[in-house]
Design a protein around this ligand. Structure first.
Ligand code: NAD
Length: 488
């Protein structure tokens, strides 16, 4: 099997120390072959409280350092990510099941996120203005205190890097609660941050599931919570955290529509749509889930079928996260078939030789889906695309707009005018034109609309600076001779 890295037992990381202090424990399973690769402590309010105390104690010293001093840690940490690239990539591959190449791209993206964080002195220039003669107003960005980040299974390395470098560089101290399905990358992150010189208590990791998330939302010592995961849990976290007067941004699930017009470039479109729906086994919140084919697009669909058939589970397609996920995804395909949709490429029942215990679903293309079917409306989170046929662009836009979600939407066309109509009308936070996975890169920020995100602002880029800081406004006057009034 592919497991080349030694996978240690998972521990909590509190005040610079690793300890196994959860009350219960659960297995960590590699979806590549279904084997148990580790166990993790299932922590609760007691362990969280220890982490919050450590982070509170670390806050005065860390927040009073200059920004320049704080970013030095992340310069060193960025080099460590590069140095350990292969090992970190293997870890993601083994715990999440995505291909080695996809796992490597994830770690590379984490490096880019660190590069944004270390550029913070160029971004936070504060503001100062002489508002009346001799009277100056200035605005400075100050950290909030102890903050928390709760992350999902699908990007074990990258999603924690959406939040941790920015929040810490900006002077906060932090608690990370990784997904219990993929806790190994987060533990390695803690080791490398310590090696990079981050003082004890500034970054803490507490493992577990629902119980620890609820404890985070209820803890009076935690000032802000960022959450990334399904819409169902995002709503729970957003409501609970906000009702306890924490600042919260909660990113949820997605059902991304790609609108394909008849004039779209054949090869580029077919390749992009298939790559978007099948990359990371469809377990991306930016994955294509519905293709709305406008008018005559049969030639593009035929080409997509050829592209999809070249994708091999266990080769250029990774596993899905669990047995339950495989069953859920296959259930959606079967239900659509029973309701009259046509399965053009069928990924059900995929088995990889030598990894029979793994959880694989092959690429699946379902045609003649109608907007009322479950496969058209619900997030499947697997390598599956549903094709809905629309007679014109207005109908296609209306189909996209009727989704409860709004993470991404894309249009494939060679017409600038038609692309612009979609850019304006699509009800989604991230729009692609001839791009199947329209992730905004730093310094642009990442975040959806509708039920794909709750709270103000986005989670990365410039927008995250607002989230992790509060403004201090100071008005000063030094010269007693200056005669000032409101209008001078
Ligand atoms: P999930 O919602 O099941 O879990 C996310 C986190 O919440 C985990 O840390 C988990 O331990 C915790 N959790 C689970 N159930 C809980 C409950 N009932 N109460 C409190 N906490 C709970 O999500 P997942 O399956 O790990 O990740 C996949 C989902 O994440 C998909 O819906 C995907 O679209 C979404 N996602 C969204 C984005 C985005 O940017 N919008 C990015 C990545 C993933």
């Amino acid at each position: 099997m592919d497991i080349k890295v030694k996978t240690p037992q998972v521990q909590n990381f509190i005040n610079g120390e690793f300890s196994r202090n959860g009350q219960k424990s659960m297995d960590v399973i590699s979806p590549l072959d279904g084997s148990v690769i580790s166990t993790l402590p299932v922590s609760g309010a007691v362990e969280l409280d220890q982490a919050v105390t450590a982070a509170q104690n670390a806050f005065p010293a860390w927040s009073s350092k200059t920004l320049k001093e704080r970013i030095q840690v992340f310069f060193r940490y960025r080099s460590l990510l590069e140095k350990h690239m292969d090992e970190l990539t293997q870890l993601v591959h083994v715990e999440n099941g995505k291909t080695y190449g996809e796992a490597r791209a994830e770690v590379e993206k984490s490096i880019e996120l660190c590069e944004f964080a270390v550029s913070m002195p160029q971004i936070i220039t504060n503001e100062i203005q002489e508002v009346s003669r001799g009277v100056e107003c200035r605005i400075e960005r100050k950290p909030l205190g102890v903050v928390a980040s709760i992350t999902p299974f699908n990007f074990p390395n990258m999603v924690p890097h959406w939040t941790v470098p920015n929040a810490i560089v900006l002077g906060n101290t932090m608690i990370l609660k990784p997904s219990e399905l993929v806790p190994l990358s987060a533990m390695r992150m803690a080791e490398l941050l310590k090696e990079a010189g981050l003082p004890d208590g500034v970054f803490n990791v507490v493992n577990g599931g629902k119980e620890i998330v609820e404890a985070i939302c209820d803890h009076e010592g935690i000032k802000a919570v960022s959450f990334v995961g399904s819409t169902h849990v995002a709503k729970i976290v957003y409501k609970r955290s906000s009702s306890n007067l924490q600042r919260c941004v909660a990113l949820g699930g997605a059902k991304n529509h790609l609108l394909v017009l008849p004039d779209a470039h054949l090869e580029m479109t077919a390749n992009n749509v298939v790559a978007s729906m099948s990359g990371c086994a469809g377990q991306r919140c930016m994955a294509a889930a519905v293709m709305v084919g406008v008018d005559k697009v049969q030639h593009i669909i035929d080409r997509m079928v050829i592209e999809a058939k070249a994708i091999q589970p266990g080769g250029n397609l990774g596993s899905v996260i669990s047995k339950e996920a495989k069953e859920r995804i296959e259930g959606y395909i079967t239900e659509a078939e029973q309701q009259g949709a046509k399965i053009l490429v069928d990924g059900r029942g995929a088995v990889v030789e030598g990894k029979e215990g793994g959880f694989y679903v092959g690429p699946t293309i379902i045609d003649y889906v109608t907007p009322d079917m479950k496969v058209a409306k619900e997030e499947i989170f697997g390598p599956v695309i549903s094709i809905i046929r629309a007679k014109d662009l207005d109908e296609a836009i209306q189909i996209e707009n009727s989704s409860n979600y709004g993470n991404a939407a894309a249009v494939f066309t060679q017409s600038g005018g038609l692309a612009k109509r979609v850019m304006e009308a699509a009800s989604a936070g991230m729009i692609g034109v001839n791009i199947g996975v329209p992730v905004p890169r730093e310094p642009f920020s990442f975040g959806g609309w509708n039920e794909s995100k709750f709270g103000v602002g986005d989670i990365t880029g410039r927008s995250s600076v607002e989230f992790w800081t509060q403004n201090k406004k100071t008005t000063t006057k030094w010269n007693p001779e200056d005669k000032t009034n409101w209008m001078s």
